[in-house]
Design a binder for this molecule. Sequence first.
Ligand code: FE2
Length: 446
Amino acid sequence: MDYQYQAGFGNQFLSEALPGALPKVQNTPQHPPYGLYSEELNGSSFTAPRDRNLRTWLYKIHPATMQGASVPYKGNPDLISNFFDPSNTQVTASQLKWSPFEVPSDRKIDFIDGIKTICGAGEPTLASGLAIHVYTSTSNMDNKAFINSDGDFLILPQLGALDIQTEFGKLLIQPNEFCVIPRGIHFKVNFTETPEHQYRGYILEVFGGHFELPDLGPIGANGLANPRDFLYPVACYEHIENVEYKIIQKFQGELFETTKKHSPFDVVSWHGNYLPYKYDFSKFCPVGSVLFGHLDPSTFTVLTCKSNTPGTAIADFIMFPPRYISAENTFMPPPFHRNCMSEFVVSLLSSSDYGKSSFSPGTALLDHNMVPHGPESKEIEAEMTRKTDQVVRIPDGNAIVMFESMFQLRTTKWAMNVSNMINKNTHGHWNDIKIRFDPKNININS
Ligand SMILES: [Fe+2]
């Protein structure tokens, strides 16, 4: 399949699948080219400051209004958006850990029906909060599309590549890549072949704001995720009439369905800056300590969804990439800590020669805010015998990602009772840590 892209985070793009399909100069000519209809999609309020103003103009075969009435959709009871609702959620103060979520082998389940919510905060009607989902799927969406009124989806495949068709064009998302589909955009997910037809990944959904690149401060103008490496689709329409296209809409956390008698992917041309996009982790340019000590995990931020408090995120999307670790005389595992932020960590990829630990690919971990966590005893013992002047290279093909949030996260009852929940209280893993304190032995090198 042919995928074409244009590059540059947040740019104003224009694209046309037929020559001259994009009106020149004005957005709403009386007679758009080829008999198309003009339609605007706003991703920010009309009066948002210019540097945060998001909108795109679409030129469509059918206006999006051409569809039937919405009725409740019953195909997925485990996609949760209201974390105030005690019938769906459960509070726990313990660290939680899940082995890779099982992909059903006995039935067909598409991307949308395969989404199960693990945890989150808030709910969408006040545009405040987030949700963290896993998807486990086995089949294509075919003549079915999804549109989300509630939040932006950041989609991370962990097993199997995604062929995503959007109103603005097509995206191929391999493991080691991710994409963002902002709210209000029709899309569907088909899968590229895996031998077992098993597909798994994670979704970070933010109910308020949008993802943006983090400020770099003293790092300067370059580094981390560079704008040129974010890829946007080009216009690619299909003109299919007299079909039954099912449209699933998430609205206020509820799912609804309606039908169109044509393909919703009928956008022949478009221009603007409110668009889906993708990114390849291998393009990430990490920074780190070059003599001693740790920098904070924030130095691995790929994208952030800012709150109104400076430097405090609704959600930071952080990726720990392949890299050199070169600090001397430093305890290298992540230090013991208690964080004012909540942390949801996923092992996405692990090469064969690295990471043979309890954190195998697909494993997920939730560290609540102010709940202590850190390295386990076997990591500590390995660190104590490591030659400290050795440079460590974390090999290519490894990726651990973290969603960090200012919100306290509430877990769904589904996630608390799912069979791959390893332990509802992993703190026992730390109780065999060797106590080294000796008042007669000062280490003068520290
Ligand atoms: Fe942490």
